[in-house]
Design a protein around this ligand. Structure first.
Ligand SMILES: [Zn+2]
Length: 247
């Protein structure tokens, strides 16, 4: 995909990196990345995807902006209260890069629409807030052989994992076969805003690594970050022979 003179100027500070160059920028422009959930993770994630020059971005959410969102969902402000998140986000992402193709879906992901939503994207980023949706997204990303980059936050902790389902790999269900009874999310547990920013940004970072084929060592691994101790821990994920996905 061709890079215009204006785009060359706009992205010059990343294009001069030998590992990116014009070819890398073209790959970023050709990429199609889906963001599920436009909350604390989806906001920084989509801002970075836009500012990096990702050519096609899908955004999915059916919530409206509430006052209690504003401490961490950094795309929105006081003027956006009561408006649909995807409508506000679409306009603001366009201001970062007007050439982006944005496909917005004002819906909640469920088992009836998931297949169609993820079909036209190369990379699926999950920033939804519950185990049920995360497992559903995992199962369908696996079925359609996508790259899945999933993150979650609670309290002062965040975690991120990536599965490249084009290859043989464990899946999220290997690690979490059933939906846990207790659903830890921001609504019930509370969350420190900075952790959502950090984990959403790590997702965007891993999108770049995936598109440009950088070896980030994220395979078969979950990275856990604690914002108080400021440490990253890595947990090895292995295939579960009883996984219902037979992955
Ligand atoms: Zn599995």
């Amino acid at each position: 995909m061709k890079i215009s003179n204006k785009e060359y100027q706009k992205f010059s500070k990343q294009i001069i990196l030998k590992k990116i160059g014009i070819i890398g920028q073209q790959k970023l422009k050709s990429a199609k990345v889906l963001v599920l959930g436009m909350g604390g993770l989806g906001c920084p994630l989509s801002i970075y995807l836009a500012s990096l020059g990702i050519g096609t971005i899908g955004i999915v959410d059916n919530d409206k902006v509430e006052l209690s969102n504003l401490n961490r969902q950094i795309i929105y402000n006081i003027n956006d209260l009561g408006k649909y998140k995807v409508d506000v986000a679409k306009n603001k992402i366009k201001l970062i890069n007007k050439n982006i193709i944005i496909k917005s879906h004002k819906i909640r992901v469920n088992k009836n629409n998931i297949e169609k939503i993820i079909k036209n994207f190369d990379i699926v980023c999950d920033g939804t807030d519950n185990f049920k949706t995360r497992l559903l997204v995992n199962d369908h990303a696996l079925k359609q052989k996508k790259i899945l980059i999933s993150a979650a936050v609670s309290g002062f902790d965040g975690h991120i994992f990536k599965f490249n389902f084009k290859k043989k790999t464990p899946c999220y269900r290997c690690f979490l076969p059933e939906i846990p009874e207790q659903n830890n999310n921001c609504e019930s547990e509370g969350v420190i805003p900075t952790i959502t920013g950090i984990m959403g940004t790590l997702q965007a970072n891993e999108v770049v690594n995936s598109i440009l084929n950088f070896n980030s060592n994220m395979e078969k691994k979950m990275i856990v970050f604690n914002s108080i101790k400021m440490n990253f821990r890595s947990i090895h994920l292995s295939r579960n022979k009883n996984c219902s996905n037979k992955c």
